[in-house]
Design a binder for this molecule. Structure first.
Ligand code: DX5
Ligand code: ZN
Length: 230
């Protein structure tokens, strides 16, 4: 696909490659692309901000080589601005930084954009007060609400973050998007949609399934829409 998820107002399913089989990553990406996911979510972890290490710019660049999909890099790292040039060079389309790691979220959003990133998102952990992102809201394109404590795929969805989604939704402009990440499955995606979420990050509920197209179709149906691509 060549369009960006910002052009759509229907719910978007974004596959996180964190649960893919890394020994055959290219095939895995093609499988979910063809299976109907809307774009890809790249979970970058530094072993410092979160207690896990995943991958960095090289894997993002490899992903870029096998798909035209929008690449949403979720930086779970302590110094997002320092590493932004490497991720831009790798070909990601959007970068999301955590409000917990920066002193000045407005300056961080501006810096990431000035370094050539087309779309900038801000994200917050389940324990982080929603008010912490408000000063930066007008400077970002999207907001990512974490519905698990970040670090690992396959964790249980935390419904207590849904009021946060509702509060953020009310403050977003029509051209901004709200994303949720962690524990999203067919049995909870509907409640997140009702709380105003546009984009749903899904790792295990897609990649742990044998038939990825069926898994994506089930998620799409459960959030109250059919395939926007027909
Ligand atoms: C968690 C990551 C998520 C994770 C989602 O730290 O940011 O993107 O991969 O995995 P699931 O969908 O399995 O909860
Ligand atoms: Zn993520």
């Amino acid at each position: 696909m060549t369009s960006t998820p910002f052009e759509s107002t229907v719910p978007q399913i974004t596959a996180s490659i964190l649960s893919a089989d890394f020994s055959r990553l290219g095939e895995e990406i093609v499988d979910v692309d063809r299976g109907g996911c809307d774009f890809l979510h790249l979970d970058v972890m530094d072993g410092h901000f979160v207690p896990n290490i995943s991958f960095g710019p090289a894997v993002c660049a490899a992903t870029r080589r096998v798909t035209k999909a929008f690449l949403d890099a979720h930086l779970m790292i302590s110094e997002p601005v320092r590493y932004t040039p490497a991720f831009v060079k790798a070909g990601v389309d959007g970068i999301t930084f955590h409000v917990e790691v920066v002193d000045d979220a407005v300056a961080t959003a501006r810096e990431i954009r000035a370094l050539g990133c087309k779309r900038v998102g801000i994200t917050l952990n389940p324990a982080t007060p929603v008010e912490s992102i408000y000063p930066a809201l007008e400077h970002v394109d999207y907001v990512l609400v974490m519905s698990v404590v970040p670090g690992f795929s396959g964790q249980k969805f935390m419904p207590e973050v849904l009021p946060k989604c509702e509060a953020i939704r009310k403050r977003l402009r029509p051209n901004q998007r709200l994303e949720i990440d962690g524990g999203i499955k067919a049995d909870n995606i509907g409640t997140a949609r009702e709380a105003g979420v546009d984009w749903f990050v899904v790792a295990s509920a897609i990649f742990d399934q044998r038939d990825r197209a069926a898994a994506i179709a089930e998620l799409r149906a459960a959030c109250g829409t059919t395939d926007p691509h027909g």
